[in-house]
Design a protein around this ligand. Structure first.
Ligand code: PLP
Length: 774
């Protein structure tokens, strides 16, 4: 409990649609677990009455499990979960294989270990682990899947004769795609009668009928927490006579196959779930037929509000409880943030690896990269109800409406007046970030005109939607230079929005006017009551320009009043643009830096075309305090020659660490992040009690804020508008600010950025609303 005000006047009830990750423990299962802790708490190995009662619970659960999975003469061994079952199956097989290899004087490296390419990571990682520990040195090979996620039977037929073990899964956790177990059985056995076969059945329990003894499957791990039992309880099926080596030795529990005192509360809960599965409980699960209807209803709701939605799997060969999709133009993080704000828990359905967030499952199915990067998974279990499905559908509608209010999507047919009236204001600067690159949109709301600088292809659609939705006219779309790291989409935007406009190859309009600024002839265009002045600033490339959004120049001798300097790759945060391209010139950069400094001064905000380090914006004064070379140039302390020499050394340090992304400048000091004050809810409440001056700022995007907020609690300054906030608060840097977001990660970045730019009392709520909401 927290003593902070709630983020919503009427908090939305939670809708949990992430059952493939884990499930809540059902009340009746929790009650059984509690009884097993408080009353029937015996050790099943004890021979007194309390022990016998405990043993009865365990025996019942084992008989139920046998029945549910159709174990026949096979064994059921209770484990801590599926990962343990997977280890046990792999270890048992490999130890047995090692014996055979030793006896026949064969080498493990002549064999392979097969696993499906879409398998849960627990499988390939365990295969590699035990293969190495046991020094078998077999080749670990992924079985490819087709675009529907089905295993390649030809590959299996070819490889299985030479394999020591084959691991497949019944149902995939990301897509719900199920495999044809009978076909697999035939293919495997036709080509290798004796090979050990493990089938990960975690996601199949409760969603598919199982009859394991009717198949030649040797091992099948299961997990309780995926089906409303607590975490820490699972079980595995082992075919009679399948090789077995206990992973845990000790007191000889589970017939010596898995030692350690049994998890009786877990077993008691599991037993209740088993009763529900077999229909022997007053509480029953929803039949699979009805789950299909639920699936159809949710899919229909998604299609209605996101007409361009793409589903990442075919429903024909998937269980009905998993829906994996992508919405063009939105990253999975954005959709997750949106649904989280609507209090609907979904998963990004992807695995994080270094910088790129994408799904290896969808990659293996050969889906386009954007689908894999934008994947969202909704999953539910057989406890799903019609009421919850209805609530889910209406929550999907409100999430989509919030996107429309933010003008991130547009559906002209269904845009009702309320949405139009509620549209969040957009006036000023907006930053679009994609990886390390930035695009900038400047809007003058009064004249309904806009300007787009350094347009990235990934944001083109979003920009077009924004312009249409807000009725804005584009005045110009301009690149600050010919970009080497990405293809500009300037031409395509100009063709659509500025067909009549003549411009140079960077997009600078031919009808620009000329003025004299401090002795320099400069061209400018107008946007509302502001000017956009173009200044040639070669160096990074020979065509580089800087665009200065400033107050109109009434007197050519007066200093410019610059709001934003879009300087491309001349000055980057904590860096200078590289000068080792064929059209680069370090001496030109030297001159350009001195000119820019003269025109914009030390405090104007610099908006570069990259932000590798999540710092949003900067100023000359902020950069000079950490970039000695820049300081020396601006203060005229070094010659152009010395600068060029130093720049040459600096550029040599540029490492293309992202693989696909060309770094446009070498970072000078990557660990320059300032520590900021981190509040928890208690310390924030206390600080607010002490000082009424503390201003809370919710930096989530407007669509998230619209779904759940209390304007009395925090004002909304979306991260995409942070640079404008800095510009508007240049004279209020002493005010105490506390930033808040969903998880505390965006607020942390933004607080660090503000602190670096001189905001003296900025902190953030650690853990965000996620930890402090209720
Ligand atoms: N296999 C699959 C398909 C899963 O979805 C999971 C859980 O995410 C596991 C294995 C691991 O299960 P546990 O958490 O019980 O170890």
């Amino acid at each position: 409990m927290t003593n902070l005000p709630s983020t919503a006047k009427q908090p939305l009830s939670l809708i949990y649609l992430d059952a493939n990750a884990t499930t809540q423990v059902l009340p009746q299962a929790a009650a059984a677990a509690l009884t097993a802790m408080e009353t029937l708490f015996g050790n099943p190995s004890s021979s007194h009455v309390t022990g016998l009662q405990a043993k009865q619970i365990m025996d019942k659960a084992r008989q139920q499990a046998k029945k549910i999975v159709g174990a026949g003469e096979g064994k059921i061994i209770f484990t801590s979960g599926a990962t343990e079952g997977i280890q046990t199956a792999i270890l048992s097989t490999l130890i047995n294989a090692k014996k055979t290899l030793n006896n026949t004087n064969s080498k493990g490296k002549d064999y392979c270990l097969l696993y499906g390419a879409t398998e849960h990571k627990a499988v390939p990682e365990s295969l590699k682990h035990w293969n190495e520990i046991l020094e078998i040195n077999a080749e670990v090979k992924a079985i490819p899947v087709d675009e529907l996620g089905r295993l390649d039977m030809d590959f299996i037929a070819r490889e299985v004769p030479n394999a020591l073990l084959i691991c497949t899964m019944a149902v995939n956790n990301e897509t719900g795609v199920y495999q044809d177990i009978n076909l697999l059985d035939k293919t495997i056995r036709a080509n290798n009668a004796n090979i050990a076969w493990m089938v990960d059945c975690v996601q199949a329990l409760g969603k598919q009928d199982l009859n394991l003894a009717q198949t030649s499957i040797d091992y099948a791990p299961f997990s309780g927490h995926k089906l409303y039992a607590p975490k820490g309880i699972g079980f595995m099926y082992v075919k009679e006579n399948a090789p077995f080596t206990p992973v845990i030795a000790g007191g000889g529990q589970e017939g010596g196959l898995r030692s350690g005192t049994e998890n009786l509360p877990g077993l008691a809960a599991l037993s209740v779930i088993f009763d529900m599965l077999t229909g022997e409980s007053e509480h029953s699960f929803t039949p699979v037929k009805t789950l299909h209807l639920f699936h159809q209803q949710i899919v229909a709701a998604l299609i209605k509000v996101f007409p361009n939605i793409v589903f990442n799997h075919c429903f024909e060969n998937s269980v009905p409880t998993t829906i994996n999709f992508a919405i063009p133009g939105f990253s999975s993080k954005e959709i997750m943030d949106l649904f989280d704000a609507a209090n609907v828990r979904v998963s990004s359905g992807s695995a994080c690896s270094s910088k790129v967030t994408r799904s290896f499952v969808l990659d293996a199915m050969g889906l386009p990269a954007w689908q894999s990067e934008s994947a969202i998974r909704m999953s539910f279990g057989p406890a799903m109800t019609q009421v919850l499905v209805d609530q889910t559908c209406s929550r999907i509608v409100s999430a989509a409406q919030a996107l429309q209010q933010s003008c991130l999507t547009i559906d002209i047919n269904s845009m009702d007046e309320k949405i139009n009236a509620d549209k969040a204001e957009l006036d000023g600067l907006m930053q679009f970030k994609m990886g390390g690159s930035c695009s900038w949109l400047y809007v003058d709301n009064k004249t309904k005109t806009a300007l787009f600088i350094d347009p990235l292809p990934e944001v083109t659609d979003r920009l077009q939607t924004l312009l249409t939705c807000r009725g804005l006219d584009l005045v110009a779309v301009i690149d600050t230079h010919g970009h080497a790291d990405h293809i500009s989409c300037r031409d395509s935007i100009a063709k659509t929005c500025l067909a009549e406009q003549e411009s140079d190859c960077l997009g600078w309009p031919a009808n620009a006017q000329t003025t004299n600024i401090d002795g320099n002839k400069c061209q400018y265009i107008t946007l509302g009551d502001k000017w956009l002045v173009k200044v040639a600033t070669p160096g990074h490339t020979d065509d580089s320009i800087s665009l200065l959004l400033c107050e109109p120049v009434l007197n050519s001798t007066e200093a410019l009043s610059v709001h934003y300097a879009f300087c491309g790759d001349l000055i980057l945060m904590d860096s200078l643009g590289r000068t080792n391209f064929s059209t680069s010139s370090a001496p030109d950069m030297f001159t350009s830096l001195q000119l820019l400094a003269k025109l914009i001064g030390t405090q104007s905000l610099i908006c570069p075309s990259h932000d590798y380090n999540n710092e949003f914006t900067t100023s000359l004064s902020a950069e000079m305090s950490r970039n000695l070379l820049l300081k020396q140039v601006i203060n005229d302390e070094i010659s152009a020659n010395t600068f060029s020499m130093k720049k040459f050394t600096m550029d040599k340090a540029i490492i293309d660490e992202s693989g696909s992304e060309i770094m446009c400048g070498a970072l000078i000091s990557t660990c320059d992040k300032k520590p900021v004050h981190e509040y928890d809810s208690a310390s924030l409440a206390e600080a607010m009690k002490q000082s009424s001056a503390i201003k809370l700022i919710d930096i989530r995007e407007p669509h998230e804020y619209a779904l759940q907020h209390d304007e009395n609690f925090a004002e909304n300054v979306p991260l995409t508008r942070l640079v404008q906030f800095v510009q508007e608060h240049q004279d209020y840097k002493q005010a105490p600010l506390v930033l808040v977001c969903r998880s505390g990660s965006r607020s942390h970045l933004a607080a660090q950025a503000l602190s670096r730019l001189g905001f003296a009392q900025v902190g953030h709520l650690k853990g965000g609303y996620a930890l402090h909401q209720y």
